[in-house]
Each structure stands twice: as structure tokens, then as C-alpha cells.
Design a protein around this ligand. Sequence first.
Ligand code: AMP
Ligand code: ZN
Length: 466
Amino acid sequence: MRIYSTLTRQKEEFIPVHEGEVRIYACGPTVYNYFHIGNARPFVVFDTLRRYLESRGYRVIYVQNFTDVDDKMIKRAREEGISVPRLAERFIAEYFKDADGLGIRRATVHPRATEHIGDIIRLIETLIEKSHAYVSESDVYFDTQSFPAYGKLSGQDLAELEAGARVEPGEKKRHPMDFVLWKAQKQQDEIAWDSPWGKGRPGWHIECSAMSMKYLGDTIDIHTGGQDLIFPHHENEIAQSESATGKQFVKYWMHNGFLNVESKKMSKSEGNFFTVREVAEEFDLEAVRLFLLSAHYRSPINFSHKLMEQSESALQRIKNSLENLSYIAREGKTGAITDEETALSAMMETQKKAFFEAMDDDLNTADALGAMFEAVREANTVLSGGGTRTAAAKALEILDAMLAVLGLLQGAREEGFPAEVAGLVEKRQQARKEKDFAEADRIREELKTMGIILEDTPQGVKIKKM
Ligand code: AMP
Ligand code: ZN
């Protein structure tokens, strides 16, 4: 696979540090609110990277953190009159609900900053011992002058950066680009931990260095996040980690482009955002996932109502095709596959190959989706009027291989149910949405004859074997 790394500004052949294994650290959400669909982009894109690497036979260790203490967390907790840990608990649970809807799998580990205060303090102590950090009153700062490579990720040099920066009032640092590792407690009631420098809490950047090194080792394969994290967050992570270990921190840096609204970055501070929760009221979250994968991850993507509607109908096209193929695979003609069907299989195999080649080329999901829709179209052309069971099963298998990598329409499948069950469950959901309860009940009965029972819960439909 070839991956574009922000560090070298070119596509590079991917060679893992440990053979057969890929270690990924993905910067996760700050859990003070519901996340918006701009935030959903890296979560979906890099979940797809993980699925793709797994499909290539790698064992992937995927770590995605929760930032559960920072200024925004403290402010919001105060507004709500609850503690910071309670606020975090609440929005971590909400994160998982939305992530489930978007088909984002659980990471191997979801570490939280507040559960790693000991690791963070030890890392800061190492940096102080090695003269890369200094204590200033009760804060601790990283000394950027001590790390000559500072600026290498964002392609700026320190002198240039310093020219544009200034020390804000109240900051007690030596140089304008120095950044905080440990913040002293400001008010008595503010959340804080004991440390060698007095009561306080970690800065944001240090948590990712500490947790990445703890779970994945000193040198990891891939570190991900949105382009806004390149500077200063990831630049600072490199400075801290490489100063502490003397080793390269990350081999490949992957950054996604922004999701925009009317060509402006969607962000909480701009107020031009839609939470995933809001979007889910109107659109199927699987269609949101499809939409987020419809552009190359490094390109900007524009969010609009119209594009979401198009994405829903594209998703529906896949569902219809799967449903038709499942039906033929079950009820179609028995006996030998026809010449036309043999040709179809070959054509679809060619699309599958194109799909994997596109994914291999820096995760080009846009081209990969193109190949998948072409395969859907080919299957429809030959099999929409019926066909042999063998041909339909083969077509399903090919589509399934691509859908699994994209993490689309996997709900029932991940639990080990056949593709047709997922198709029927989707169809029933649609019927319920349209208030066609007779049809919904009919599908429930049909599933029952296949030994599947459905339970409607507030979190969605649970599928069980009888
Ligand atoms: P935050 O919770 O703000 O730290 O953001 C979580 C992730 O979302 C980070 O990887 C950000 O870079 C990313 N992100 C934030 N806004 C956008 C956006 N409009 N488009 C794409 N990614 C974004
Ligand atoms: Zn981070």
C-alpha cells in the first residue's frame, strides 16, 4: 500500500515497523459535546483504513483517545453544574451511540487522559531531566529551542514561527513557541491532580504522546487526525516524544481534509456545525458514512442537503441490488451458470481488483466507490430479471468483500448473519420509517422463518438467532 505522509509530503510505500502488524494512533474527540459531522470524517476515514489493512491480512492495533479534561470540558461542566468526569462519562456514551450508527468500530483501546496522569507525569519528568522542559512557577513548559527539528511536520522553521508568535499575558514561558506540558490549578474548585510541581492538570499535547507510547511503543506506524491538528498539536507531539526517547515517533502521518459548509470549515466555534445526532434525524447514518467516503480523504468535502439526498439514493441502490441478489441466491434457478453470468463474474472481479488498487493508492475511497458502483450496475444489468443461484451468490460475495472494507451495510453481518438478513432488516427499517407497519410485520415474519428474531430497543434493532 502507498500512503501519503504529511512529514515527507509524498506517497510512500507502507512498510510496518513490526512485520504483519500495524499500530495506529488516532486523535479522538474532546468529550464536552456531541460530535459534529466534520469530526466524524477522521473517525470514519481512519476506521476504513483499519478495515482495509485488516482485509490485507495485517493485525491492526488501533488506539483512539478521549480527551476528557481541558478548558472546554471545565467550562461546559461548570455551565451544567456537574463534575468534569460526569460530563466525560455522558459524552463518551453518546460518542459510542453515534459511532455505532456510522459503522465506526470500537478501537482496540480507547484511553482517556485522566486515567493516565501517572504516565503523563513520568513523561514530563523525563523531559525535565533531559533539559527539554522547564518549570516556571507551577507550570511546566516544553523548551522548543532544545529541539532543532521543531517545525518539521508543518514545514516551518522555528525562527519563522517565533516571528509570528507572542507570549500572551499570564504566560510564563521563555520563548513564544514553548508550549505547556503541565498547567497549575487556577481556582480551588478546578479539577486537578497532585504532581511534583503542585496541583494541576496536563496540557493537551502531552496526553497523546504519553498514551501513544504506552499502548503502541516508542515508534508507531501511523498517526492520524484532521489537518488542523498538524500544527501545533502533532508538531508538539513529535517534539515531546522524540526528545524523550531519541527515536522517530511516527513513520506515517495521515491527515484528512476539512468537511466544509459553503466552503468554510465546519467547526463548533464558527457555529456552522451539524451534530451527527441532528443529521441522524433526517438521514440514515450509513448514507453519511457513504458520503464521507465519497471524496478522497485529503480533499476538502462540502456538506449539503442535496449531496446527502444523493448519498441516500446511492445507498438505496446498493441495498436494492443486495436484496435482489440475496433473493436469487435463495430462490433462483438451480443448475449450471450461463455464459452471460460467467462473463458477469469476470467483469465484477475486474471491478473488485480496481477497488483494491484504488484503496492501495493512499486510500482512494472515491475511486474505490466508483468501482463498487460499477459492479452493482453490472450485476443489475445481468441479474435484475433473475438468474441462477450460483451466479447471484458469487455476485453477492464480490460486493460483500468491498462493502466490508468500506464498513457499509455491515450491521447484521458483523455478528455472523448472512447478507440477506442485513438486507431484510434494512428493508424493514425503511418500511417502519414510511409507517408501513404491515410490510414491517411481514418482513419480521419472513425473518422468523429463517430463524432470526428482531428486538426493537431504544438503541436500535437487535438481531438474534432463535
Ligand atoms: P476535536 O474534538 O475538535 O479535537 O476534533 C476531533 C477530530 O475532528 C480531529 O481529528 C479534528 O482534526 C477533526 N476535525 C474537526 N473539524 C473538522 C472538519 N470540519 N473537517 C474534518 N475534520 C475535522
Ligand atoms: Zn492527539
